[in-house]
Design a protein around this ligand. Structure first.
Ligand code: ADP
Ligand code: MG
Length: 282
């Protein structure tokens, strides 16, 4: 297996869509596993109180487990809450516990509440030796546009939007894109949608083709060539604390996520390092 090429800079990617059930968690987990199995160090941050990404990666997330909540609301560093995964030695995960459900409210009164995750990730990256730096940080967002998703949009350099090939696929997307624009204007000038991934594609229906075509017309090159089919193995895997790639490597769900990850990796090669922010003018 040829390893995937490393990106030109560390890529912090928020996987976002305020609609539930479109494949955010599944895509975060499977892209993360694929990138790591092909040689790229990857950190998955579970930012959904449901903790589904943690489950799928076999990482404990019962109440009391050190988790992203302790970094966002408390003063833990990410290094204190990051867990290894069994999927790959190159893949680690910061789990989410149900405590995170309260964070949307608890953060309201916190200073610089939109920057909590960003600061946390920055400090973590600074604390790691060069040969331990992740190539990818993937953030699994909850199905809302609240303060948690805002933290992800402020923390990341880019957004990956999974779109389900179903009725109303594009409904509500305008709201997400608007929010991303607002974040770019006011909080994080670097943020942009860089990737669209079509998920749960059912080749037997005309509708799936129509949705896919509409999305490609609208988003052009942002849409990955790889499309994730609806595949029962994908939905079975989390029940075994696994990604579909480790659960059933030969399945179409697995091979399509590996292809999607390969494209993501190839597109990252040409990125240039971000210049550190200029010192404040005197
Ligand atoms: P989100 O995180 O956006 O809410 P999930 O990734 O949890 O969405 O997916 C919603 C449900 O659909 C889950 O039960 C998941 O297992 C299932 N699912 C996701 N992708 C696929 C797929 N390609 N084929 C079959 N089931 C899928
Ligand atoms: Mg989810």
């Amino acid at each position: 297996q040829e390893p995937f090429p490393a990106p030109g800079r560390i890529r912090v990617i928020s996987v976002a869509n305020q609609k539930g059930g479109v494949g955010k968690t599944t895509s975060t987990v499977n892209l993360g596993v694929a990138l790591s199995l092909y040689g790229l160090r990857t950190l998955v941050i579970d930012l959904d109180p449901q903790g589904n990404a943690s489950t799928a990666l076999g990482v404990p997330h019962n109440v009391g487990t050190p988790s992203i909540y302790d970094a966002l609301v408390g003063d833990s560093s990410l290094s204190e809450v990051v867990h290894p995964t069994t999927a790959s030695p190159l893949l680690s995960c910061v789990p989410a516990t149900i405590d995170l459900a309260g964070a949307e409210i608890e953060l309201v009164s916190v200073v610089a509440r939109e920057y909590r995750l960003r600061r946390s990730i920055e400090a973590y990256l600074h604390s790691l030796p060069a040969d331990q730096q992740p190539h990818y940080v993937l953030i699994d967002c909850p199905p809302s546009l609240g303060l948690l998703t805002l933290n992800a949009l402020v923390a990341g350099d880019e957004v990956l939007i999974p779109i389900q090939c179903e009725y109303y696929a594009l409904e509500g997307l305008g709201q997400l894109l608007n929010n991303i624009d607002l974040v770019r204007q006011h909080l994080n000038p670097g943020i942009a949608v860089r990737t669209i991934l079509l998920t749960m594609y059912d080749g037997r229906t005309k509708l799936a083709d129509q949705v896919a075509e509409e999305v490609r017309n609208h988003f052009g090159d942002l849409v990955l060539d790889a499309v994730i089919p609806r595949n029962v193995r994908v939905s079975e895997a989390p029940g075994y604390g696994q990604s579909v790639i480790t659960y059933d490597p030969g399945s179409r769900g697995s091979t399509s996520y590996v292809e999607a990850a390969r494209e993501v990796a190839q597109r990252g090669v040409h990125l240039t390092p971000v210049a550190p922010p200029a010192p404040p003018a005197r």
